[in-house]
Design a protein around this ligand. Structure first.
Ligand code: URA
Length: 222
């Protein structure tokens, strides 16, 4: 729960800064006074995230996009953050990149969206689809880490540089790291390109195809 504690502490320090404090001897946020435990079911975790105001993205979002799919999925797919369509619908990857993602899952892995679980690094839309800031990503991270713990996927597929970087802390470029196989906690992790990159660069689809074939090989061992 260190992440949530840090997020709440950071939020309190920002609030004090906004009030004009440069230094503070105000007693920092006391862990034992507030129940820091996140719920132990995906449903209650989602309920909690729905009313989250821990970062500024909550001010401009229409809907919290928590994630969807099978709560016991073997494959967890992590994108960057909701776009406009996702912000309006409350569902992850339902815009143009989402259509491409669904097609790739279906055509290469023979899986539907309902067979996997899809979520993002941040659960609320960054304005103008900008990349989430480190503060936004770290503030939202406890939700993602709890999702990973509860779903307990066998494989995590991160889409794009942002998802890989914020999940692992490794800032190796996506071109170099895509298609490589890692271990993340108890899961295998494979980074690949983001579908929105593929929409702009269709020739990179063959690399994602190769990455998904690796996933397919691993699925045979389950
Ligand atoms: N791009 C993402 O990274 N996530 C979504 O949910 C939609 C588009």
């Amino acid at each position: 729960m260190k992440n949530l504690h840090n997020a709440l502490l950071l939020k309190q320090l920002y609030q004090l800064k906004q009030l004009g404090y440069k230094y503070t001897d105000v007693t920092p946020y006391q862990e034992e006074k507030i129940d820091l435990l996140l719920p132990d079911t995906l449903k209650s975790l989602q309920k909690q995230a729905m009313t989250c105001h821990l970062c500024d993205l909550s001010k401009s979002r229409k809907k919290v996009v928590f994630g969807e799919g099978s709560p016991h999925a073997d494959i967890l797919i992590i994108g960057e953050g909701p776009g406009a369509t996702e912000d309006s619908s409350g569902k992850p990857f339902v815009g143009r990149s989402g259509e491409l993602l669904s097609k790739m899952l279906e055509n290469v892995l023979g899986l539907s969206r309902a067979d996997v679980y899809i979520t993002n690094i941040v659960k609320c839309r960054p304005p103008n689809n900008r990349v989430p800031t480190p503060t936004e990503a770290h503030t939202c991270q406890p939700y993602l880490l709890k999702q990973i713990e509860l779903i307990a996927p066998k494989l995590i597929l991160t889409l794009g540089a942002t998802a890989y970087h914020y999940l692992t802390g490794d800032d190796t470029g996506i071109t170099k790291v895509r298609g490589t196989v890692h271990t993340y906690k108890k899961a295998t992790l494979i980074p690949t390109y983001h579908p929105s990159y593929l929409l702009r660069n269709p020739s990179a689809k063959k690399e994602v195809f190769e990455d998904l074939l690796k996933v397919k090989e691993l699925m045979k061992q389950w």
